[in-house]
Design a protein around this ligand. Structure first.
Ligand SMILES: NC(=O)CC[C@H](N)C(=O)O
Length: 333
């Protein structure tokens, strides 16, 4: 983790907010201040284990905040497309919970943190329940295997259309990223087979891994992530299209698993710093949800050792602090 995340850096007055976000011009100015403050940070490394990801510029940096009122605040490259990667996980989990019921999803996948890296095989071997959480690869591939549909194409359509409803626009797959990951995802395929051996895979493991690889290659922007996050913040209604995507109860459950494991083995540090559920992806995206208030989407490709965007974490912590978003802050303070 970047040491700055632990530093006692002066960020201006921390606030405790009791209602909605402050007035719009203030938030616009704050988002711009956040972008300027962290654009020069050069720490972190662009992911290269999926070869196509290594080609992304480390300089691209976008921040977008969307309130549950649908108002957009943006700074930097918020319309630059990148593959969603692991940020698909909470949204697919939400869709699967909606389709199957949260109880069945919890029994079939689990909701405890593994405390181990996102692609850990040991997390499967060490735990009697095998999959523990939909925010890491094993649980996420199992989640994808539960998507309704008679075959892989139907399951893929369910996921692509569902994620598109969260974003409020039709999302398309980046074929180069898909092909690059499909050619190098032996580890994920191995984990899916291992889960099958333990009875924790719910459709053909190779097909489920392929649909999961496609879902990870869907292109989004920081703006899309903010809208998707705001939909979870808004109890499942997309605040831009006003379409209900999932029920409020699903949102609560999804936000709980994001809080336990959204930033993998560093989820405790993240929650300690921001007090908010978030989800990162190896392409450099990060989505954070302030329930009842809005969603923050950031994009900056350089990652820390756990695979979380360095600038994304810094800037989101700053916004959480300055907007008084921490869920654990006493409203009476
Ligand atoms: N952390 C991530 O974003 C990982 C997603 C990537 N598609 C993988 O399965 O390895």
């Amino acid at each position: 983790m970047d040491s700055r995340l632990h530093a006692d850096e002066a960020m201006g007055p921390a606030q405790v907010s009791t209602g909605h976000l402050p007035a719009d011009p203030d938030v616009d100015a704050l988002v711009l201040e956040a972008w300027e403050r962290y654009r020069g940070v050069g720490d972190g490394k662009v992911a290269d284990y999926i070869p196509a990801l290594a080609r992304v510029s480390p300089d691209l940096f976008g921040i977008c905040l969307v309130g549950v009122n649908g108002v957009v605040h943006a700074a930097g490259e918020v319309d630059h497309p990148f593959s969603i990667q692991s940020i698909s996980k909470p949204f697919v989990f939400a869709l699967v919970c909606q389709a199957l019921g949260g109880g069945r999803a919890r029994e079939s996948i689990g909701v405890n943190a593994t405390g181990l890296p996102f692609n850990s095989v040991m997390a499967i071997e060490l735990n009697a329940e095998r999959t523990m959480n939909p925010m890491v690869n094993a649980g996420a591939i199992a989640t994808t295997s539960l998507a309704p549909g008679a075959n892989a194409e139907e399951r893929w359509r369910f996921i692509r259309e569902g994620l598109s409803r969260f974003a409020g626009r039709e999302l398309a797959m980046d074929t180069a990223v898909y092909e690059s990951e499909a050619a190098t995802n032996q580890r994920n395929r191995g984990m899916a087979r291992l889960l099958q051996a333990y009875g924790r895979m719910y459709s053909d493991p190779d097909e489920a891994t392929d649909v999961y690889t496609r879902q990870c290659a869907l292109n989004v922007t920081a703006r899309d992530l903010a809208v998707m996050g705001a939909t979870l913040a808004d109890g499942g209604v997309n605040p831009v299209t006003h379409e209900r995507v999932v029920d409020p109860d699903r949102c609560r459950r999804v936000l709980a698993v994001m809080a336990t494991a959204g930033l993998y083995e560093q989820s405790g540090d993240w929650l300690y710093e921001t007090g908010l559920p978030g989800k990162s992806g190896v392409s450099g995206g990060l989505v954070t949800i302030s329930p009842g208030k809005g969603g923050v989407g950031t994009f900056s490709a350089p990652l820390d050792a756990a695979g979380n965007s360095v600038r994304g974490q810094l800037v989101t912590r700053f916004l959480s602090e300055r907007l008084g978003l921490n869920l654990f802050a006493s409203q009476a303070a």
